[in-house]
Design a protein around this ligand. Structure first.
Ligand SMILES: Cc1ncc(COP(=O)(O)O)c(C=O)c1O
Length: 400
């Protein structure tokens, strides 16, 4: 027997696997609303102008391809800390935050999982129900047990505040709890500032360890405002972790630029934590990829490029919000039964449409429209060319 005969086929990834199926679909009118990549009005994932300019400058500078430090370039680390925690945060000056550049937000989440499991001996992580499909996979591969807390009211399409707080109040001390900082994936429903304060208070009182997944900074209302959850946990003087990413807000999906930040109570602890993060990184991928972080640093080191980035980020956000309006109008004009105005209230790239798995399958079979099984739609994939077809197909699926 061949040794490899025992290897069974794994199921395709629930989100990226659909893109593969989409590519193989011969229908010229097919629509892909699955993967979380921003698309402009022409349906392409654009390279930001500030990124193109930074790449030009980097090419002209003819730098080295030597290894980066294990936790990334210090210049990059400084910028990402300021974006996430705010320019004047004392903990940055005093060295209380241990940060490591990771391959994307995903790399940061996995490093966070490895850190809490291997260095703190944690067993369980609590995630929202529902959550991004990859969270469960990432943390279970880091040898953590997954538990869920309520998050979303299916019927009223809003946050289940009471259910969430009641369960948080009951979580065993020291357990790890994962939160989405903004643009919750897949629901698009975020806690208000007041609710974040309540969540932070409960976590503090229950001595829970929060990990904040910050993959969409700047996609809700602005990169400063979107850090509301970080500020809430900071105000309670808590220890917590943040996994940030430049995939979406810089459009650097394939360059794998993210960061794990571990907020400690004092510089001594932070130093020891960083030494452990370095061991985890060194024995996994050794050191991070340089190109994307060099782009981020080049942009954020230059006042004009930074301003350009802010404008381009705002343009992405504005387009998504206007598509939400058009989508809701389009559904109503197409005669879709029900009230879809809740879609306008949701934040970020995703809309939790309420479509059932059966309706999602129907849309794929009848119309070559690809949507994640949970009914999550990437609103940025909707444009002038496909909106009418999409809305009438959804209206049809709802009458099934
Ligand atoms: C909630 C959430 N967290 C993390 C990520 C990871 O992003 P990346 O690894 O591409 O930076 C994503 C990407 O879709 C996401 O939606």
């Amino acid at each position: 027997m061949n040794l490899f005969e025992q290897v069974t086929a794994a199921p395709p990834d629930p989100i990226l696997g659909l893109t593969e199926a989409f590519r193989n679909d011969p229908n010229p009118d097919k629509i892909n609303l699955t993967v979380g990549v921003y698309q402009d009005a022409t349906g392409t994932a654009p390279v930001l102008d500030c990124v193109r300019e930074a790449e030009k400058r980097l090419a002209a500078a003819n730098g080295s391809k030597s290894y980066l430090p294990i936790n990334g370039h210090p210049d990059y680390i400084g910028h990402t800390q300021k974006l996430v925690f705010g320019e004047g945060d004392e903990r940055i000056q005093t060295g209380c935050i241990a940060s490591a550049h990771t391959p994307g937000g995903t790399g940061g989440l996995r490093l966070a999982g490895d850190f809490v499991r291997q260095c703190l001996g944690q067993r369980t992580i609590w995630v929202s129900n529902p959550t991004w499909a990859n969270h469960q996979g990432i943390f279970s591969r880091a040898d953590l047990d997954i538990a869920v807390y309520p998050y979303y009211n299916v019927d009223s399409h809003d946050l289940n505040v009471e259910g969430m707080i009641t369960v948080l109040e009951d979580i065993p001390e020291n357990d790890v709890v994962l939160f989405h900082a903004c643009c919750h994936n897949p629901t698009g429903v975020d806690p208000s500032e007041e609710i974040w304060k309540t969540i932070a208070k409960v976590c503090k009182e229950r001595r829970l360890l929060p990990i904040i997944d910050f993959a969409y900074q700047g996609f809700a209302t602005g990169w400063i405002d979107d850090a509301v959850a970080i500020r809430a946990f900071s105000e309670y003087g808590m220890e917590f972790l943040v996994c940030s990413s430049f995939s979406k807000n810089f459009g650097l999906y394939q360059d794998r630029v993210g960061t794990l930040h571990v907020v400690a109570k004092n510089p001594g602890e932070s130093k020891r934590i960083l030494s452990q993060l370095k061991v985890l990184v060194r024995t996994n991928y050794s050191n991070p990829p340089a190109h994307g972080s060099a782009i981020v640093s080049t942009v954020l080191n230059d006042r004009d490029l930074t301003q350009q980035w802010e404008e381009e980020l705002k343009a992405m956000r504005t387009r998504i919000n206007s598509v939400r309006e058009q989508f809701v109008d389009g559904l109503s004009k197409a005669g879709a039964p029900g009230d879809f105005s809740f879609i306008k209230e949701q934040m970020g790239m995703f809309s939790f449409s309420g479509l059932t798995p059966g309706q999602v399958q129907y849309l794929r079979d009848q119309y070559s429209i690809y949507i994640v099984k949970s009914g999550r739609i990437n609103v940025a994939g909707v444009n002038d060319r496909n909106i009418d077809r999409l809305c009438s197909a959804i209206a049809d699926s709802l009458k099934m």
